[in-house]
Design a protein around this ligand. Structure first.
Ligand code: DOR
Ligand code: ZN
Length: 345
C-alpha cells in the first residue's frame, strides 16, 4: 500500500477568497495547499475592472505571509455592460487571467451578472481572438426549471450554441455536477474543459437532507443524484486532460449558513487535497491524481507547470467542527470526520 504520495505542486482553478476579515482568515489555507488559484470576482461590489482586480490582488497578497510564493490569478466579473477593449487591456496587462460569467441571479453575488449571454458577443469574440478563457457558472435561472435540472438545461439551451458560435473560445464549465456535464465536456472539442469540486465527488443530494436540513452541504450548483456523483467521479479519474481541480471553496460565516435562508457555499480549502486524494484512492486512480491536480489545468490555461512538490502521507487527520471565530467562524467540509491523508508541511 502506498503510504506517501508526492506530486508537483498543484493549483486551485476556482476559489472564493472573499474580502476583509474573511479573506484574512481563509487565504492561508488556499496558499498552503496550492501554488496558484483562480480567484472568483463575486465580491460586493463585484470585480469588474482591472483597477479593482489589482487592488484585490494586493489585498490577497497582504493577507498572506510574504514567503508563501502563492500567485492569485484574477478574473473579471462579466456584466451586461462588459467592455471588450477594457477586458483585452486587462488581459494584456497581466491583470485578468480569465472572465467569469454568472448568469444574473444564479448564485451568491450574481445580481450584476449577465442577462443575455449572446448579447455579449463582442466581448466573447474578443476573448476568443486573444485566447482568454471564459469561466462559466453553468445553470439557467428560469424559475420554472427544477433546481436539480438547471445545469443540464444550461448545456442544452446555452452551452451547445456557445461552443458552436465561438469555436475557438476557451471555455471552462465550472464545478460540474451532472452526468450530462461530464458527457458534454468529454465529447466537446479540446477548447472545452471543466473543473470539479471535492464535494461533488463525495456527496450526493441526500447529504443535504440527512436526518434533517444540513446547510453545510448546500452549495450551487446543488449536489445531485448518486448516478451523477458517480459520473463526475469517473470523469475526474478518467485521465482526460479536460478535467481538473477547482475547489469552489466558498466560506460563509456560520450564522449565514445556519439560517432561515442559508447561503450557498462549502468551505473546503483547509483539507482540499486530502479530500480529493481520498477519492482518487477509492477509485484506484492514484496515478492520475497529479494530472488532475497539477497539470491539466495549467495546460488548459497555457500556463507553465509549477516547480516544487507537495507530499501527502497516510495519517489520520480529524477535521475540526469549526474553524475561526466571530465574524470568520466557518464550518469546513468534512467537519468532525477523520480523513486518511494529511498534507505534509
Ligand atoms: O455554492 C456556491 N457558493 N456557489 C457559487 O456559485 C458561489 C459561491 C459563493 O460565492 O458563495
Ligand atoms: Zn464558485
Amino acid at each position: 500500500m502506498t503510504d506517501r504520495i508526492t506530486i508537483r505542486r498543484p493549483d486551485d482553478w476556482h476559489v472564493h477568497l472573499r474580502d476583509g476579515a474573511m479573506l484574512e482568515a481563509v487565504a492561508r489555507h488556499t496558499a498552503r495547499q496550492f501554488a496558484r488559484a483562480i480567484i472568483m470576482p463575486n465580491l460586493t461590489p463585484p470585480v469588474t475592472d482591472a483597477a479593482a482586480a489589482v487592488a484585490y490582488r494586493d489585498r490577497i497578497l497582504a493577507a498572506l505571509p510574504a514567503d508563501t510564493g502563492f500567485t492569485p490569478l484574477m478574473t473579471c466579473y462579466l456584466t451586461d455592460a462588459a467592455d471588450p477593449q477594457a477586458i483585452a487591456d486587462g488581459h494584456a496587462a497581466g491583470v485578468f487571467t480569465a472572465c467569469k460569467l454568472y448568469p444574473a441571479h444564479a448564485t451568491t453575488n450574481s445580481a450584476h451578472g449577465v442577462t443575455d449571454i449572446f448579447a455579449l458577443a463582442p466581448v466573447l469574440e474578443r476573448m476568443q481572438a486573444i485566447g482568454m478563457p471564459l469561466l462559466i457558472h453553468g445553470e439557467v435561472t428560469d424559475r420554472t426549471i427544477d433546481i436539480f435540472d438547471r445545469e443540464a438545461v444550461f448545456i442544452d439551451r446555452i452551452l451547445v450554441k456557445l461552443v458552436r458560435e465561438f469555436p475557438a473560445l476557451r471555455i471552462v464549465l465550472e464545478h460540474i455536477t451532472t452526468a450530462e456535464a461530464a458527457d458534454f465536456v468529454t465529447a466537446a472539442p479540446a477548447t472545452v474543459a471543466a473543473t470539479i469540486t471535492p464535494q461533488h465527488l463525495i456527496i450526493n443530494r441526500n447529504a443535504i437532507f440527512d436526518g434533517g436540513l444540513r446547510p453545510h452541504a448546500y452549495c450551487l450548483p446543488v449536489a445531485k443524484r448518486e448516478r451523477h456523483r458517480l459520473a463526475v467521479r469517473a470523469a475526474a479519474v478518467s485521465g482526460s486532460a479536460k478535467f481538473f481541480l477547482g475547489t469552489d471553496s466558498a466560506p460563509h460565516v456560520v450564522g449565514a449558513k445556519e439560517s432561515g435562508c442559508g447561503c450557498a457555499g462549502i468551505f473546503n480549502a483547509p483539507f482540499a487535497l486530502e479530500s480529493y486524494l481520498t477519492v482518487f484512492e477509492e477509485e484506484d486512480a492514484l496515478d492520475r491524481f497529479e494530472g488532475f491536480a497539477s497539470e491539466n489545468g495549467a495546460h488548459f490555461y497555457g500556463l507553465p507547470l509549477n516547480d516544487g512538490k507537495v507530499t501527502l502521507e497516510r495519517r489520520p487527520v480529524i477535521v475540526p467542527e469549526r474553524i475561526g471565530d466571530g465574524d470568520t467562524a466557518v464550518v469546513p467540509f468534512h467537519a468532525g470526520e477523520t480523513l486518511g491523508w494529511r498534507l505534509v508541511d
